[in-house]
Write a protein that binds this ligand. Structure first.
Ligand code: T1G
Ligand code: NAD
Length: 698
């Protein structure tokens, strides 16, 4: 036994309790403690049955992911699970919380499973680029067959205890005291002389071999195109479960796991898992006292204001929505209502929930009605004068200590804060469109922002089920700064010979859902045009500038909303076709600059776009706008569709090799020195044999 696994015999039942907060991850110490305890129970003559349970908030939520990528200390999990399974006395697992991955596999090693009705069971390993490695690919199919087993392993989504009971993965649901009921159950087994029931010997799931194989064939076709190996390995292992002897299946699972564990995809997905959690750890949390946020005001009921209002209402927070006039207000409330109608129609919520949430919404055209709210989120037009006017009004009406947040995409929040009497209460809450869907929330900290205001923002983000990332003030904060660099790299290639379709296809191949020009047409070309016009006065004339986008906007071609942008759109269609007139405009630009067009391979297009993003990321780190590289990755993963299995631009640079990426940047310097010159951070890391991930702080 050790600090993480205790052993106690109660009336003939050996109670093995796992305790390794916060989620009882199956670290080396837990595995070795568990194996020792199981061995002891088997040898202990006073023991007639065994109960495995966990202390704290959950049964083990899986292997300790922090141990991945390192030499694995023995015993490995499948050894522990096998020892539990082959015990000569019946073993009962009592599950509460989230039994995920290795935790679920421990329970499958037991002969009987009791679960709190609120418990959940899942095999999320695919989300980490691996597969169940503790025997799950061999034991689950034995109980439930190929279909449900592959649902669990390929989706990675947890199921409820009821569903697990229905499938035969759980024997008893418990509403009362789980430990007490577990003890009684284990004691009764001994008294009745019920034998161990090794899962490896179960065959309920193989009752219909033809259906089983048909499921395998169908799923194999579905995962054939997966960018990572794990889904294909999962199907192979589940197939083997019915075709091979148990131990051979286990060996195959082990080999498959080892193949995946250190793949780039798995390393990137592991990085994303911890990056998301690390982003919530910001210096302002230290010693912070959170401000109460029980009521929220939203000013501006347009695209963003309405989405933000829905996010708050979904979290059960009363919202006061302010618009300039009744027409704007009615439009806004109708939009919110429509969002909820769609959710009811799709069965995501029921009518009662819709009514309850709409019941928390108050609409007004009077800014004074915000005098009692704890926090206001401003989402009016992206114009300095309009925002300053609104903040001046808010400064007048809002109570002391209230928080004034702006949803601006680009504007200088320091300048905005300086226009009112309480700059310490001003912060940026940069949501992403559609705000009720996109998980990312950039919390932009201005020079005078009070640390409590920042800390309150991070706590609120959790309540709003958003992924918060801290950003400093600069034009476009983290996400839109990186986006601007990505687009500029693309524009340079457009001018030098590529087409929008080629660039978009290459970035889709890389893993983005859509390419940069498709995104522009979806969001509208006018937003970035407005930014270019705003920056024109301060732009260095020596810097390379691509005017193709301007020429399209000057013609009113603003994207899908105008039926053409970089692509042509049939009325009502969201699928663009190549536009010969756009290609002509591009050709004219080249001719005007004396550029002879050249070909770009998909690989070069991807390397230039990723190089540009990582280089801008390095600059953001040097400027202190981003706290750490993994924050930049989280922003791109949750706000810009960056493929999760690539890890984000900074992780992608690490995986590709900093020397490789830096030398590519250097090879493009002559084309636009101000843009392609590598940030000094590259050299610093390379000469010290370090990577961006070494700057993530843990
Ligand atoms: N390993 C290590 N640390 C973990 C962990 C894990 N499996 N799960 C959570 N943590 C840390 C997390 O980093 C955070 O740390 C703290 O616990 C709280 O987590 C052989 C190969 C369980 C649903 O994929 O989905 O088993 O930031 O903030 O929102 O077949 O954590 O406080 O320092 O997420 O309440 C499979 C992963 C592993 C589950 C709780 N298991 N975890 O969510 O808290 S692979 C998983 C989760 C495996 C075997 C295979 C969630 C949660 P810190 P949290 P939460
Ligand atoms: P929008 O034009 O759709 O909505 C703005 C709304 O503000 C309009 O309904 C307008 O009537 C209202 N408004 C203007 N002045 C007002 C005032 N004085 N009082 C009350 N209401 C007023 O714009 P949007 O796309 O929702 O953008 C709003 C803000 O969010 C901008 O700063 C924008 O940069 C930012 N933003 C937009 C997106 C996006 O994708 N659209 C994403 C992130 C952030």
């Amino acid at each position: 036994m050790n600090d993480h696994v205790t052993y106690e015999v109660q009336d003939g039942v050996a109670v093995l309790t796992i305790s390794h907060p916060p989620v009882n991850a199956l670290s080396f110490s837990v595995r070795s403690g568990l194996l020792e305890a199981v061995e002891r129970a088997d040898a202990d003559p006073t023991v007639r049955s065994v109960l495995i349970r966990a202390a704290g908030r959950t049964f083990p939520a899986g292997a300790d992911v922090r141990e991945f990528g390192k030499p694995r200390a023995k015993p490995i999990l499948s050894t522990v699970v096998a020892r539990i399974e082959t015990l000569s006395k019946p073993v009962v697992a009592a599950v509460h919380g989230t039994a995920l991955g290795g935790g679920f596999e421990i329970a499958l090693g037991a002969h009987y499973r009791l679960a709190a009705r609120s418990a959940r069971f899942g095999l999320p390993e695919v989300g980490l680029g691996v597969l169940p490695g503790g025997g799950g690919t061999q034991r689950v199919p034995r109980l439930v067959g190929a279909g449900p087993a592959l649902d669990l392993m390929l989706s990675g989504k947890p199921i409820s205890a009821e569903k697990a009971r229905e499938l035969g993965l759980v024997d008893v649901l418990v509403d009362g005291d789980l430990e007490a009921e577990g003890l009684v159950f284990a004691r009764n087994l001994a008294e009745k002389g019920d034998p161990p029931r090794p899962t490896r010997d179960r065959r309920e799931g193989f009752a219909d071999p033809a259906a089983y194989q048909a499921e395998i064939t169908a799923r194999r076709a579905k995962v054939a195109g997966s960018p990572i190996e794990a889904p294909r390995k999962i199907v192979d292992c589940v197939e083997a479960a019915m075709l091979l002897p148990f131990e051979a299946g286990i060996a195959m699972e082990r080999a498959a796991f080892d193949d995946c564990e250190n793949s780039d995809g798995a390393r990137a997905l592991r990085h994303a898992f911890f990056a998301e959690r690390r982003a919530a750890k910001v210096p302002e949390l230290e010693g912070a006292s959170l401000r109460e946020v029980n009521t929220i005001g939203v000013v501006g009921a347009g695209t963003m204001g309405t989405g933000i209002a829905v996010v708050c209402l979904d979290a059960g927070i009363p919202v006061t929505l302010v618009e300039r006039d009744d027409a704007g207000l009615i439009r806004g409330v109708e939009r919110i209502d429509a969002i909820y109608e769609r959710s009811v129609a799709k069965g995501r919520i029921d009518a009662a929930t819709r009514d309850a949430r709409m019941g928390l919404l108050t609409g007004t055209t009077r800014m004074e009605d915000l005098d009692a709210v704890d926090l206001v989120i401003e989402a009016v037009f992206e114009e300095v004068s309009v925002k300053e006017a609104v903040f001046a009004q808010l400064d007048q009406v809002m109570k002391p200590g209230a928080i004034l947040a702006t949803n601006t995409s680009y504007l200088d929040i320091n300048a905005l804060a300086a226009t009112i009497s309480r700059p310490q209460d001003v912060v940026g809450y940069h949501f992403f469109s559609p705000a009720n869907i996109m998980k990312l929330l950039e919390i932009v900290v201005a020079d005078k922002t009070d640390p409590d205001v920042v800390a309150t923002g991070f706590a609120l983000a959790r309540k709003l089920r958003k992924v918060p990332v801290r950003a400093g003030v600069t034009d476009g904060f983290i996400g839109n700064r990186i986006l601007a660099a990505y687009r500029l790299a693309a524009d340079f290639m457009l001018e030098d010979g590529a087409t929008p379709a080629q660039i978009d296809a290459a970035m889709r191949d890389y893993g983005f859902p859509v390419g940069p020009y498709q995104v522009l047409d979806i969001a509208g070309l006018d937003i970035s045009w407005a930014r270019r016009k705003r920056l024109a006065a301060t732009r260095n004339p020596a810097h390379r500038y691509v005017a193709i986008g301007d020429h399209l906007c000057e013609r009113g071609w603003l994207g899908q909303k105008t039926g053409r942008g970089y692509y042509l759109y049939e009325a009502g269609s969201r699928v663009g076709t190549e536009d010969p007139e756009v290609l002509e405009i591009i050709a004219k630009e080249r001719a005007a600059k004396g550029i002879s067009p050249r070909d770009f391979s998909a690989e070069e297009i991807q390397a230039r776009c990723l190089g540009a993003m990582a280089n801008e990321g390095a600059r953001l780190l040097e400027e202190g706008v981003a706290l750490r590289p993994s924050d930049i990755d989280v922003v791109l993963l949750f706000g810009y569709g960056f493929p999760r299995w690539r890890g984000g631009p900074m992780m992608a640079a690490d995986l590709r090799g900093l020397v490789t990426v830096e030398s590519e940047l250097k090879s493009w310097i002559k084309e636009a020195p101000e843009f392609w010159t590598p940030a000094p951070l590259w050299d610093e890391l390379i000469k010290n044999g370090r990577h961006f991930s070494d700057l993530n702080g843990d």
